[in-house]
Design a protein around this ligand. Structure first.
Ligand code: GLA
Length: 378
C-alpha cells in the first residue's frame, strides 16, 4: 500500500492537508458461503488493501479521484445523487448507509488507490467500503459507530448499491483484522475469537487463476436463494440449524440442485470447526484434508468452481500440497494453499509451468501475510 503516492495525488488534485486511512483485503482459511447461512467463517486480513487520503470540504458534495483508474467522480449526498461510475457507487453507498445510521455525513475530497488484485476473491470491494466507513466515522461521528456497525455499512452498501447479497465475512475481516491472527466468526451470534496463526514449517499462498470473478453478475445471489428456500422448507431461519439427516428428510420436497447446495453448506459448517480444533492441536494434515473437501464440495455440489481452479487444486494435490481450495465466492479468482516449506518452490514452479502450458498464461502467486484491519495511518 503506497501511502506517499496517495498523499501526493491528493495534494495535486485538491491541495492542502488530509488524513490517510487504510483497510485490507482478506483471505479465508475455510468456511465459504457459510456467512449468509448463519454459519462459521475463518478469515484474516492481508497486507494489501485500499489507502485513501481524505478531507472534509464543508460542502454537500463528494469529489473522489480513483488514482489507479485516473478517473474522477463528483456527486451529492442525497439518494438521487448516485454516481454512474461503478467504483464511485461504493463510496456513495457508504455515505448513504452511514447517514442511515444517523451520522451527519458532509462532503469531502478524496483520492484513493489499492493493491488488492481485482476479481481475485480477496475482497477489494470490502477494503474500499471499510476504508470509507472507518474514515467517515472519525470525520463525522467522532468514532461513535462501533466496528460491527461499520462492517454492516459495507455489507449493506453491497446489498443496496451494488446488487450483491453478500454475507458479513469480507467486511468483518477488513474491519477487525489483526496482525498474525485469523478470526473465527460465528455469523449467527456474531461472536468471534482471534486465533494466532503461525503454522511452523508451512506457508500459506494464493494462486490466482486470473479468471475474472464478478459477483454482481455471477450466480452468487442464486446460491443464496437456494439455501434460503431449503431453510424455509425445513422451517428454520438458516441452514446453520440443519443437519444432514434433516436434509434427507425433505429431499423429496426440494429440487436436486437445492439439495446439493444445502448439502455443501451443512458439511462446510462442520469443516470450519474441525479446522479450528486441528489448528490448536497443530494437526495440519487435518486442516489440509478439510480444505480439499471444501474445494470439491464447492466444485461438485455448490458449483462455484471453474475448470482452471479445479486444475489448480488437482495440481496442488499431485505436488503434495497439504491443503488447497477455491477461496472466496468462487467463479474464478484464487486457490488458497497450505504447503510445507520444503515443497513450496517445487509447487510454485509446477503451478506456473503446468498452468501456462494448459491455459496460455501463468497464474499469479501471492504469499499471505496476515495483517491489521481498518485504521487511520497518520
Ligand atoms: C463473497 C461474499 C462473502 C462470502 C463469500 C463466500 O466473498 O462477499 O460474504 O459469502 O463470498 O464465502
Amino acid at each position: 500500500m503506497d501511502i506517499n503516492k496517495v498523499k501526493s495525488a491528493f495534494a495535486e488534485h485538491f491541495g492542502g492537508e488530509c488524513a490517510v486511512y487504510a483497510s485490507p483485503g482478506r483471505i479465508n482459511l475455510i468456511g465459504e458461503h457459510t456467512d449468509y447461512n448463519g454459519g462459521f467463517v475463518f478469515p484474516g486480513a492481508v497486507d494489501c488493501g485500499i489507502v485513501a487520503a481524505i478531507r472534509a470540504n464543508g460542502e454537500r458534495v463528494v469529489r473522489a479521484y480513483a488514482i489507479d483508474l485516473d478517473e474522477s467522480a463528483t456527486f451529492g449526498l442525497e439518494e438521487s445523487d448516485a454516481p454512474s461510475q461503478g467504483w464511485a457507487k461504493y463510496i456513495f453507498g457508504v455515505c448513504r448507509e452511514m447517514a442511515a445510521l444517523g451520522v451527519e455525513v458532509g462532503g469531502f475530497d478524496c483520492a484513493f488507490s489499492g493493491d488488492v488484485p481485482l476479481g481475485a476473491g480477496m475482497s477489494s470491494s470490502a477494503a474500499l467500503e471499510s476504508t470509507f466507513a472507518f474514515a467517515l466515522n472519525e470525520m463525522f461521528a467522532e468514532g461513535r459507530i462501533d466496528k460491527f456497525a461499520l462492517a454492516k455499512v459495507g455489507q449493506m452498501t453491497e446489498h443496496h448499491y451494488v446488487g450483491v447479497n453478500c454475507g458479513i465475512m469480507d467486511q468483518f475481516a477488513s474491519v477487525f483484522g489483526k496482525k498474525g491472527h485469523l478470526m473465527r466468526l460465528d455469523c449467527r451470534s456474531m461472536e468471534f475469537e482471534y486465533f494466532p496463526f503461525d503454522p511452523k514449517g508451512y506457508r500459506l499462498l494464493l494462486v490466482n487463476s486470473c479468471v475474472k470473478h464478478e459477483l454482481v453478475d455471477s450466480p452468487y445471489n442464486k446460491r443464496r436463494e437456494s439455501c434460503e428456500r431449503v431453510a424455509r422448507v425445513l422451517g428454520i431461519e438458516t441452514l446453520r440449524d440443519a443437519e444432514q439427516e434433516d436434509l434427507e428428510r425433505v429431499k423429496g420436497e426440494i429440487s436436486e440442485e437445492d439439495y446439493k447446495r444445502a448439502k455443501y453448506v451443512i458439511g462446510e459448517k462442520q469443516r470450519v470447526l474441525d479446522v479450528c480444533e486441528a489448528l490448536v492441536a497443530g494437526d495440519y494434515e487435518t486442516v489440509g484434508a478439510r480444505m480439499y473437501a471444501t474445494h470439491w464440495g464447492m466444485s461438485r455440489d455448490y458449483e462455484v468452481s471453474c475448470e482452471e481452479l479445479d486444475f489448480l487444486a488437482e495440481l496442488a494435490e499431485k505436488c503434495g500440497v497439504t491443503g488447497a481450495r477455491i477461496m472466496g465466492g468462487g467463479f474464478g479468482g484464487c486457490t488458497i494453499n497450505l504447503v510445507k516449506e520444503e515443497l513450496y518452490d517445487g509447487f510454485v514452479e509446477a503451478a506456473r509451468k503446468e498452468f501456462a502450458a494448459k491455459y496460455g498464461h501463468e497464474p499469479k502467486i501471492y504469499d499471505v501475510v496476515i495483517s491489521d484491519g481498518a485504521r487511520r495511518l497518520e
